[in-house]
Design a protein around this ligand. Structure first.
Ligand code: AMP
Ligand code: ZN
Length: 117
């Protein structure tokens, strides 16, 4: 399958790995929007949050378990996890991924959507 994140997980495309276990892979985002910006992905190809079902939802729990471990390992006390699903939400890679961002005081509210129109 021609999927960028499947290739990163397989080591066919280089990445800066932060964490890996049997279900999950975590690497640094190539274009960080915050001092800490990691991507956490399941090792199984799931195209987006709209494809989560009873068969694969355990991967989401594993992703959040990994996020807690990663935060502890890296001494991150406060973080935000973001998932973009679909084109209007800004999903550019169709392998479900969770952005873990930290290291900056973050705003919250309508402006945080970064609306483009
Ligand atoms: P999204 O826009 O939610 O689909 O997020 C995709 C993310 O993947 C963006 O933040 C990109 O900067 C990031 N990205 C794209 N290509 C790479 C790559 N080769 N290595 C690491 N991160 C990447
Ligand atoms: Zn994939």
């Amino acid at each position: 399958m021609d999927c960028l994140f499947c290739k990163i997980i397989a080591g066919e495309i280089p990445s800066t790995k932060v964490y890996e276990d049997e279900n999950v892979f975590c690497f640094k985002d190539i274009a960080p929007i915050a001092p800490v910006h990691y991507l956490i992905v399941p090792k199984e190809h799931i195209s987006g949050a709209d494809m989560i079902n009873g068969e694969n939802s355990h991967y989401i729990a594993k992703i959040f378990e990994a996020a807690a471990k990663i935060a502890k390992n890296e001494g991150i006390e406060s973080f935000r996890i973001i998932n973009n699903c679909g084109d209007d939400a800004g999903q550019t890679v169709k392998h479900i991924h969770f952005h873990l961002v930290a290291g900056v005081k973050m705003g919250w509210g309508p402006e945080s959507l970064g609306k483009t129109e």
